[in-house]
Design a protein around this ligand. Structure first.
Ligand code: 1CP
Length: 351
């Protein structure tokens, strides 16, 4: 299949038209972590394959993405990969332990660890993700655009330094404070490799790229401004203009004002703030995405509908809102409720 030249070509996609601020028949919806353990199709594949094996195999990865998007009838598909694959490409060693999450085998703990990171061509080393994108586009056709993604530098650096998930980020923050120069060096390297990785995804047909900054809310506004935001700005400026950019973080309510200065097209928000208030702070020149508490999907259908409609009402039918959760779907989520949520969003008519 040939590479798409203009990946922002909107066609009939409600999702892409929303980025272009066109009014659409319904609000576009996709859900973070829409492929995963809560789905039977995924659990069946996981009987035979490990998670990283699925990511590394462009045919299977595309199948996981395609199955989820078709089953849920969402307006966009996110490529099956992980924000930590870039650390694997940087030879830090990555595996997933059942029930324990990711483990970085050779975490970064010193100036020397930063200096000795290999010089890689991230686009080439992670080219299997580009192939997954091509296969997915082939499976889904032009109406369901494919979202590429990467971790934002703070969140990826925190995994690299902590060696895995963390509650309080003591190691990452200590590194930031005591080895500031090495911290900024590490962030520079991550920005360079992440830009190359994302631009390879755009060349392979991703029309939107999302930066996941899942743990940025652990930072105070001052630390965010000093240690994360300058790098985030550099990354956003290095991403191809052929794709729209969504920046997503959780617990970012104290950071939204600063984030309004980021040159992303759309900012994701979690559920800890009302959508209209968040949009006022972000500014209506930018789009907004998210806002439903993922745990609402454990409630009865009436509650799911009520909460979804409250959010849609707050968007006031303004072009630029993409419905999503405030964080990823949890593994125990009933799949019927997820399908029901998509139906509610699609049948909603703004007042
Ligand atoms: O089967 C399994 O047990 C593996 C579970 C799993 C899956 C399905 C992991 C391990 N990653 C993924 C896929 C994934 N990861 C996708 C594509 C799937 C889709 O959305 O359809 C995406 C977008 C991610 C992104 C990701 N990975 C984030 C950002 C989003 C978020 O949830 O905040 C993060 C933080 C990761 C790291 C990661 N990978 C996997 C887990 C369990 C985690 C989180 C661990 C932790 O809490 O620290």
């Amino acid at each position: 299949m040939s590479t798409l030249k203009n990946t922002k070509e909107k066609g009939t996609s409600t999702f892409l038209r929303t980025f272009a601020r066109e009014k659409t028949e319904h609000t576009p919806v996709w859900l973070m972590r829409q492929a995963g353990r809560y789905m039977k199709e995924y659990r069946d594949l996981k009987e035979k394959w490990g998670f990283l094996e699925l990511c590394h195999n462009p045919e299977l990865a595309a199948t996981v993405t395609t199955d989820a998007a078709k089953a849920l009838k969402v307006d966009a598909a996110i490529i099956f990969a992980d924000i930590l694959l870039i650390l694997e490409a940087l030879d830090l060693g990555l595996h997933f332990e059942a029930g324990e999450g990711p483990v970085i085998e050779k975490p970064i703990r010193s100036v020397n660890d930063v200096n000795s990171l290999p010089d890689i061509n991230a686009g080439q080393k992670l080219s299997y993700v580009g192939q997954s994108i091509k296969n997915t586009i082939h499976n889904l056709g032009p109406d369901i655009p494919v979202i590429g993604f990467a971790g934002a530098p703070f969140t990826v650096a925190s995994y690299a330094i902590e060696g895995g998930g963390s509650r309080n980020f003591e190691k990452a923050k200590s590194f930031m404070y005591y080895q500031s120069e090495a911290w900024h060096n590490l962030m520079d390297k991550l920005v360079m490799h992440t830009a190359a990785y994302l631009n390879m995804q755009v060349e392979n047909g991703a029309s939107v790229v999302q930066l996941f900054d899942s743990w940025v809310g652990a930072l105070s506004p001052s630390d965010f401004k000093e240690f994360a935001m300058p790098h985030l700005k550099k990354l956003v400026a290095s991403i191809s203009k052929d794709a729209y950019i969504v920046y997503f973080g959780t617990q970012t309510n104290g950071l939204l004002e600063e984030l309004s200065q980021l040159d992303a097209h759309t900012i994701g928000v979690d559920w800890r703030i009302d959508l209209d208030k968040a949009w006022d702070v972000i500014g209506h020149d930018k789009g907004i995405q998210g806002n439903l508490d993922p745990v609402t999907l454990f409630a009865d259908k009436d509650t799911i509908k009520k909460r979804a409609i409250e959010i849609l009402d707050k968007a006031e039918g303004r072009p630029g809102y993409i419905f999503n959760l405030g964080h990823g779907i949890l593994p125990q989520t009933p799949v019927d409720n997820v399908k029901y949520l998509v139906e509610v969003v699609h049948s909603y008519k703004s007042k």
